[in-house]
Design a protein around this ligand. Sequence first.
Ligand SMILES: Nc1ncnc2c1ncn2[C@@H]1O[C@H](COP(=O)(O)OP(=O)(O)OP(=O)(O)O)[C@@H](O)[C@H]1O
Ligand SMILES: [Mg+2]
Length: 258
Amino acid sequence: MKKVGKCYISKEYRNTPVEEAFLTLDRIFALNDNLVSVDDQSDVLKVKIEDKFFYIKRFYRHGSFLRRHIIRSRCTTEFENLKFVGSLGIPTPKIVAYKQSSLFWRLGKGKGVLISEEVTHAKNLYEISKTEPEKFSNSHWRIHLIKELANDLSLLHAKRFVHCDLNWRNLLIKEQDGKTEIYFFDMPLARRRFDFSFRHFMMKDLAMLDRYACQILRRSDRLRFFLYYLGRASLTKRDKQLAKRIRRYNSKKNKIKI
Ligand SMILES: Nc1ncnc2c1ncn2[C@@H]1O[C@H](COP(=O)(O)OP(=O)(O)OP(=O)(O)O)[C@@H](O)[C@H]1O
Ligand SMILES: [Mg+2]
């Protein structure tokens, strides 16, 4: 990958057709096949190189002036967050390459890309709820998922890491050889918070998950998730207050957005 601005390529892809395909930002931004998702700041493409699929997240701007120059760009933040979450033993898509335009270009709009290997045999949780709703009737599968998710989120929060966009589309469920694993990804807004704002964002992560869960899961399963997350057999007065804050926060969101 041509070294202009910040750049990383995983060792196993150096000097391979994959590096060649993603050599420059211009080359990556010229791709227009298989658009998976798009919004005003980024889009996601799925591309195939030598029988392997890759997801390319292209950031068109690095966010506000403040974010670009004082904080970190969304692209850099997502790259570092994936590494951090992975370092805790929580599954994340494997990063293939990351590249961000140089400081000079960042003075303008700025561009960045983050390329990950496809997590095979995986679908996001929202998609599963729509295309395979019967899975949720399988108590073994459902409880395993609830437990894993609660444990992972509890660990992230114990490290004071908040995701900030924890909707069901941003959890990939990989099912292979009878094993079900949850992958965390899409976290350009996530960060570790050591100040008083942590409790608010921690509550927001729980609320975002529950906003859609309340349409799919039984109350007893949502309570089970909360207890696993808290690592307790029953709720304390403080836990009940947190649950109340989550309910109040979600009821303020008049339009249901997962
Ligand atoms: N490495 C990957 N392996 C498998 N699927 C992936 C991978 N990366 C992204 N996807 C799929 O592409 C979708 C969009 O990716 P991502 O969430 O990063 O983009 P987004 O623009 O934030 O989309 P959304 O608004 O739907 O959250 C994901 O929901 C997931 O289904
Ligand atoms: Mg997403």
